[in-house]
Design a protein around this ligand. Structure first.
Ligand SMILES: Cc1ncc(COP(=O)(O)O)c(C=O)c1O
Length: 421
């Protein structure tokens, strides 16, 4: 029965009173926003080259290891993987990840230290939800991947940016980190190898960061989605490998390593050797939070052991060879263009290019990007999307000949728009 004041009796008592939550309103992803709302059209006479989104599948030249694809289709047809798994992921998948990351550069970990998530994005959301709340803050690198801020803000948290030193191969400005820490700081996010900088930190630099975190008693969230994606023999060290005491939440996914971003499988690896997180109830919270969504999907979880098998890892090396080749091809071409200054990428899949606006006749990086798209049909992302004005980021995922063509278009573009005629 409807109560007497129901709309049936008096329609005017009821109005739609919907409001959007402040958290939702404060959710903003600068890269997605820029890419999806670009109103400038490319030059119809030139084939578009999109070096914008860090999607290794964009050009079809960096395939997912084929054995895993084959296994996935067999597993789906078998009908055995249509049910739920444990909320934090199947044991088989977590074991494969634990085994892979227990190799020499890492402290050994167990399957129970791994929680599966919906990509690294889901891992960021999971750890920030467990550590932070309204009014708390997290330290993020600048320039840095903007999703940290997007997710923190949508959880009601703030971000405080710490400086990366361009002149020092984008190493962390340790003094700046110290100056940003306050009583509300719940974590320091370290992204290594870096998006957008393409830098890879040395063991010694990681030790300095960990020592600082130890002194300030702040845990580290290590976004290591580009773990082991290094060029020319540069070694990768995980933050956890340098941290006997400080709790580290290491995040990753198969998105870049195995060129499978659409499969949406990521993880959090908990390194808590002194039970600091456990005693604070944070590990329990992480598990409770996984009970909301039950991700990633069971069929994708089922192929993780194959993906991390020796055969697939060999195939993965081909992805790395191509990215490395591209970094080595594009760097000298772009570095020689007057008005551009680059740091040679050591890993990940990006090059961050400084624009000298005393040489190039543009007001800012957004104008540069839009005009480049309009005249040369080359799509890049302005540095301001990463909190760094006066730069652009390119992705190194295109076939070498396409990347070379993009570099040559950038060269004529910069020459045409030089302030020096
Ligand atoms: C540093 C960094 N973290 C997280 C992500 C998100 O990755 P995923 O596709 O695994 O969610 C990306 C994607 O580009 C990234 O560059």
């Amino acid at each position: 029965m409807l109560p007497s004041h129901s709309p049936k009796n008096n329609q005017s008592d009821f109005q739609w009173k919907l409001t959007c939550s402040p958290r939702a309103k404060s959710t903003f992803n600068p890269i997605r926003n820029f890419v999806q709302n670009m109103s400038v059209k490319p030059n119809p006479e030139k084939t578009p080259i999109r070096l914008s989104v860090g999607d290794p599948t964009e050009f079809g030249n960096l395939p997912i290891p084929q054995q895993a694809v084959q296994q996935l289709s067999e597993n789906i047809l078998s009908g055995k993987y249509n049910g739920y798994t444990l909320s934090f992921g199947s044991l088989e998948a977590r074991k494969a990840i634990a085994d892979y990351f227990s190799s020499s550069n890492y402290y050994p970990i167990q399957p129970q230290d791994v929680l599966l998530t919906c990509g690294t994005a889901g891992a960021i959301e999971l750890v920030l939800s467990a550590l932070g709340d309204e009014g708390k803050n997290v330290l993020v690198p600048k320039p840095g991947f903007p999703l940290f801020q997007t997710i923190a803000n949508s959880l009601g948290m703030k971000t405080k940016a710490y400086h990366l030193k361009q002149e020092d191969n984008w190493q962390v400005d340790l003094a700046d980190i110290v100056s940003q820490i306050d009583h509300q700081t719940v974590a320091i996010i370290v992204n290594n190898p870096s998006n957008p900088c393409g830098s890879v930190y040395t063991k010694e630099h990681l030790q300095d960061i960990v020592n600082l975190a130890e002194k300030c008693k702040i845990p580290i969230i290590a976004d290591e989605v580009y773990a082991n994606m290094c060029f020319d023999g540069v070694p990768f060290y995980s933050v956890a490998s340098q941290s006997p005491h400080v709790p580290i939440l290491s995040l990753g996914s198969i998105s870049k390593l195995f060129a499978a971003p659409g499969w949406r499988l990521g993880w959090v690896i908990v390194h808590d050797r002194h039970d600091i997180l456990r005693n604070a109830g944070i590990i329990q919270c992480l598990h409770q939070l996984t009970m909301r969504m039950l991700v990633p999907s069971s069929p994708i979880q089922s192929v993780i052991p194959i993906l991390f098998s020796e055969q697939c890892r060999k195939e993965q090396l081909r992805i790395m060879e191509e990215l490395q080749h591209n970094a080595n091809t594009a760097y000298p071409l772009l570095e020689s263009i007057p008005g551009l200054r680059c740091t040679k990428p050591q890993g990940a899949m990006y090059m961050f290019i400084h624009l000298d606006l005393n040489v190039l006749a543009f007001e800012n990086d957004v104008e540069f990007t839009e005009t480049l798209w309009k005249e040369e049909s080359v799509f890049v992302i302005p540095g301001s999307c990463f909190g760094w004005n006066g730069a652009v980021r390119i992705v190194l995922n295109a076939p070498s000949c396409v990347l070379t063509e993009a570099c040559s278009r950038l060269q004529s573009f910069c020459e045409r728009h030089s302030r020096h005629g």
